[in-house]
Ligand binder design. Structure first.
Ligand code: CA
Length: 226
């Protein structure tokens, strides 16, 4: 895989680069914030190793700008032992993981492999599929410009569908995700709530986005998948 290392200390950058190359990865190195952002923007990396203390602008700012540009390449931050605040800032702007200096190069490689197994599909705060949008934080949802008035269960059900567009969800998967373990009812409740949800998000708009997959369950049509 191709990895970008943004680190201004040449010795540290060299160590990381060699260690990753020995594992067969292609490694680019940037020595400051602006160069790192430029490389990250111009190329497609499986992961970015990002030091926080950098000339130009720091790693937190670099990560913030990447995410603002809708770039979700996995980011592993490198921080000083006592820099708790930096780590919090880093995670808050969308870094995926961090390592505290000094760290073992073996651990760095392992963390990178784990990060690269995730993909760089957007993990934004607001979920969007086609013209359906849902904000889990404010508990609001929309079809285009129209705000949807949903009960808490309908909201949870829509959230589940939006997190898995184009994927068939079985009744038991839905039941497990939306109703808690204490729920003693049957999976008929799923059919019932899918009906309620269709009445609110599909029927009024002349849409049929929640599809019934016979014998299996339900699927939210993903317009991005064609
Ligand atoms: Ca540094």
């Amino acid at each position: 895989m191709r990895v970008l290392v943004v680190e201004d200390e040449a010795k540290m950058a060299g160590l990381i680069k060699r260690a990753l190359q020995e594992e067969g990865h292609a490694v680019d190195v940037a020595g400051d914030g602006p160069e790192g952002l430029w490389l990250a923007t111009e190329n497609r990396y499986a992961a970015i190793v990002l030091d926080i203390m950098l000339p130009g602008f720091d790693g937190v700012e670099l990560c913030r700008r990447l995410r603002a540009a809708d770039d979700w390449t996995p980011v592993l931050m490198l921080t000083a032992r006592d820099a708790v605040e930096d780590r919090v800032r880093g995670l808050d702007v969308g870094a995926d993981d961090y390592l505290v200096k000094p760290f073992s190069l073996l651990e760095l490689s392992a963390r990178l492999r784990a990060l690269a197994r995730r993909d760089d599909r957007a993990r934004p705060a607001v979920l969007t599929v086609g013209d359906l949008r849902l904000d889990p934080a404010t508990k609001r949802a929309w079809r285009g410009e129209a705000e949807l008035k949903l009960s808490p269960k309908e909201f949870s059900l829509l959230e589940l569908f939006l997190r898995h567009p184009g994927t068939v969800l079985t009744r038991s998967q839905i039941l497990e995700a939306v109703w808690d373990f204490a729920y003693a009812g049957t999976s008929n409740v799923v059919d019932q709530y899918v009906t309620y949800l269709r009445r609110k998000i599909d029927a009024p708009f002349g849409r049929h986005d929640i599809e019934t997959v016979r014998g299996m369950g339900y699927r939210l049509r993903d317009p991005a998948a064609g």
